[in-house]
Design a protein around this ligand. Structure first.
Ligand SMILES: Nc1ncnc2c1ncn2[C@@H]1O[C@H](COP(=O)(O)OP(=O)(O)OP(=O)(O)O)[C@@H](O)[C@H]1O
Length: 366
């Protein structure tokens, strides 16, 4: 997949611009606060239908009532035209080849990998960050998984309401919700374990080539449900029910759902030590770099399409060796968009096109 062109209309600090990036490494440079990240955000928005910043409707140019992005992607050499429009109420309209369609059919489902400075938090931050990573960033290629996750979240919300209000006294209603809770929960759990099974070996391999073979990275899924084996959903449902029964009193006391994938975590172990607590800054950067490069590979293997890479302000944060590792890996393979205030000569040789961003305008280096 690659992005052929993109038209921004009242998007952040852009009035109206048409941009045709190349199908290679696009380097976007300029001073601070000129619109480099905004441009990446527009690419992300066209590919996935939402922003990677806080509120979607914040993308609307100040003083305007709506914002739109039109883009043409090529998927297996076939053009796909996208229109993603949002108004001040936050209402979105997505057109794919002229027909109104849902977000889930946007080209981003074939993989848009975003790497930002705060991705270090995936390792160091709270468990919710790691769950978000697996659900949103890896799970984006599995529509069924995403659907189950949404259903599961709705059930947990209902269940929590019942526990909060009635302290679990309304056993009849709880029983009805439990049926869906165990099924969707088991499907999400099984989905996550399957995703990690495919993804972890790629991450380990990437990490070894960044950090060296003397450092062994392991990814472990820590579930609040004791799983007796495998990814078989029916078996996980039984495990779930068993665990649910033993923790029933605790749930009534705490007035919330205490087990399930919404409470699980993932740990990264380097030579058996938890990187979150014992990893150096450099090791944590290497894990994140391994996560991102493995994501590119996973998407390519799973979807048969080349994913797109967005690197926002991170390249210069990496040391020389990691910079070159990454650039060598993506050069000639993945359409990439890299933002930075500076462009060193050592990096320039990998770059296919350089763009200067200045006050909401984009100009190609002549
Ligand atoms: N909704 C909006 N409407 C108009 N301008 C906006 C809007 N949101 C942000 N901006 C402006 O966009 C600019 C920031 O753009 P962006 O985040 O892309 O900067 P950048 O070039 O990536 O900078 P840095 O190098 O500091 O990361 C700021 O000048 C900000 O005031």
């Amino acid at each position: 997949m690659f992005l052929k062109n993109i038209l921004l209309n009242d998007f952040r600090n852009y009035d109206k611009i048409l941009w045709e990036p190349c199908n290679g490494i696009n380097f976007i440079t300029g001073s601070n606060a000129q619109g480099k990240t905004n441009l990446l955000e527009a690419v992300f928005f066209s590919g996935l239908g939402y922003s990677f910043r806080k509120k979607d409707r914040d993308v609307i140019r100040w003083g305007k009532t709506h914002s739109s992005v039109r883009a043409t992607y090529f998927l297996k050499d076939m053009p796909v035209d996208i229109v993603a429009d949002i108004n001040e109420e936050g209402k979105k309209k997505i057109l794919i080849n002229g027909a109104e369609d849902g977000r889930k059919f946007l080209p981003g489902r074939f993989g848009i990998v975003l790497f930002r400075p705060d991705d270090l938090e995936t390792i160091k931050g709270p468990p919710a960050r790691r769950r978000e990573f697996i659900d949103n960033e890896i799970g984006m290629i599995e529509p069924v998984y995403r659907r189950r996750l949404q259903q599961y979240r709705r059930v947990v919300e209902q269940r929590n309401n019942l526990l909060r209000v009635g302290g679990g006294k309304d056993l009849q209603s709880l029983k009805i919700w439990n049926e869906q809770f165990y099924r969707y929960g088991a499907e999400v759990l099984s989905g996550r374990i399957k995703l990690l099974k495919k993804y972890s070996p790629l991450v380990r391999e990437m990490y070894a080539s960044i950090a060296g073979n003397h450092e062994n990275l392991e990814i472990k899924y820590l579930s609040t449900v004791k799983i007796s084996g495998g990814t078989d959903t029916e078996q996980i449902i039984n495990d779930f029910i068993f665990e649910g029964k033993t923790r029933e009193k605790e749930e009534f006391y705490k007035k919330q759902t205490v087990i399930g994938p919404h409470r699980d975590d993932i740990v990264f172990l380097i030579n058996k030590q938890d990187a979150r607590h014992y990893g150096s800054q450099g090791q944590i950067r290497s894990i994140v770099l391994a996560l991102k490069t493995a994501q590119l590979q996973l998407f390519r293997l799973e979807t048969g399409e080349q994913p797109i890479l967005l690197l926002d302000d991170v390249l210069m944060e990496l040391d020389d060796r990691r910079q070159h590792y990454l650039l060598q890996l993506i050069a000639g393979k993945y359409q990439s968009f890299i933002t930075s205030t500076t462009l060193d000569d050592s990096i320039k040789r990998y770059v296919d096109r350089v763009y200067f961003v200045n006050k909401g305008t984009v100009k190609e280096e002549s």
